[in-house]
Design a protein around this ligand. Structure first.
Ligand SMILES: *Cc1c(COP(=O)(O)O)cnc(C)c1O
Length: 385
């Protein structure tokens, strides 16, 4: 157990309006929660096989198609199990024989491990890069699926999805967009399976997976579903496809999660969709990195500005200031979840810049950090052990 943080009170006029900066589960807009409360009597606790909930699922699927400007023929699939469950579903229902993975952090590494340990698949290939950077996407002979991460949430590195030049015909581009979808721009035509969960940019709760699939990906899912490969029903994407087309899930979903995601998607669409949401995240990112670059006690962790994420900021602090202490003081003042990714082991702050978070609140957060660092230094407390 760590000791209690030094007693530092951040002046109220420096504090953000909302102190939630977690990278997932992330801030849910209070307006969305209020709307859920208003409509709960007609919605929560009703059958997911009846029109009320199915209509909400249709709003989710159609709203996403609008928000992400999906081309004709792309379909939105949903199911239970979050992104981690969907990795298993991909191994059963989309990867034919051999996948190629860009591994540059915790999440991309986990998915590569799923396919490596799957007994029905060949050995995957991986291209690795040190945390804080990203490997290039290069075609590999025999790869039928290229697996990338749009935003590596553990390190704050973002790459734009592309198709590798010279890949085998029919190879699919599969993108983990869990923390990117709805906050970072991309061109859907460069992806075949763009998948995510609603507890990050969609400002809802976890437990659901959502996958935007190209016609080629749908073909692959249908082909594997018709084959004799064994797969558990809850991870069978053929079954998920059938249910999604009826605005249902194979088993019971969390109704509140779907409702809150719809609130966020329709809020974003009201202002112009992904273009607007991404611009809002870019504004927050400019506050965070601009501050860190001009600060003498903070530095952006990702040294290449073109790889710096506009949805998750990672900021190293100077050696004489303990980042964990700063985060603990912030937490005691109602500013939550600025701790760095636990396994990265750096003297770092990490915080979300998702669309639901006000850019002004990000600015306020940077001022709170400055205040806390100033107090720690002047009091001689909280230096790195
Ligand atoms: C959060 C996250 C995951 C895990 O999502 P779950 O829904 O908790 O399984 C996977 N990949 C990335 C990039 C993430 O940010």
């Amino acid at each position: 157990m760590s000791a209690a943080p030094p007693e530092i009170t951040i002046p109220a006029d420096l504090l953000p309006g909302d102190g939630r900066f977690c990278c997932g589960p992330s801030k849910v807009r209070p307006e969305a929660v209020a709307t859920l409360a208003e409509q709960a009597g007609e919605y929560l606790g009703t059958s997911h096989r009846q029109p009320g909930v199915r209509f909400m699922v249709a709003r989710l699927r159609n709203g996403l198609a609008e928000m992400l400007a999906l081309p004709d023929g792309y379909e939105v699939l949903i199911g239970n199990g979050g992104t981690t469950g969907f990795w298993d579903a991909l191994s059963f229902g989309v990867i034919e024989e051999r996948s190629h993975h860009l591994v540059f952090g915790e999440f991309s590494g986990k998915f590569a491990e799923v396919t490596r340990s799957a007994p029905h698949l060949g050995e995957p290939s991986t291209a690795r890069a040190e945390p804080g950077s990203a490997p290039p996407l290069v075609a590999v002979d025999g790869a039928d699926a290229y697996c990338l991460t749009h935003n590596e949430t553990s390190t704050g590195v973002a790459v734009t999805p592309t198709r590798p030049e010279g890949a085998d015909p029919g190879a699919l581009v599969i993108v983990d967009a869990t923390s990117a979808a709805g906050g970072l721009r991309f061109d859907p035509v460069d992806t075949d399976v763009y998948y995510f969960a609603p507890q990050k940019c969609l400002a809802s709760d976890g437990g659901l997976w959502i996958a935007v699939c190209s016609p080629q990906a749908i073909d692959r899912i249908e082909r594997i579903a018709a084959s004799d490969r064994w797969r558990p029903a809850s991870l069978d994407l053929g079954i998920a496809l059938e249910n999604s087309r009826k605005d249902q899930t194979y088993n019971t979903p969390a109704l509140a999660t779907i409702f809150l995601a719809v609130q966020q998607i329709e809020w974003v669409n009201e202002y112009g969709g992904l273009t607007w949401a991404a611009a809002r995240c870019a504004e927050s990112a400019a506050h965070a990195y601009g501050w860190a670059e001009s600060s003498e006690h903070a530095t952006p962790y990702v040294s290449d500005p073109s790889l710096r994420s506009e949805v998750v900021a990672t900021i190293d602090l100077a050696d004489d200031v303990d980042a964990a202490t700063v985060s603990a003081v912030l937490r005691a003042n109602g500013v939550h979840d600025t701790e760095s990714y636990r396994k990265l082991g750096r003297n770092q702050l990490r915080f979300a810049l998702f669309p639901a978070i006000e850019p002004d609140d990000v600015l306020a957060l940077t001022r709170c950090v400055d205040h806390v660092v100033g107090e720690l230094r002047s009091g001689g407390v909280g230096a790195r052990p």
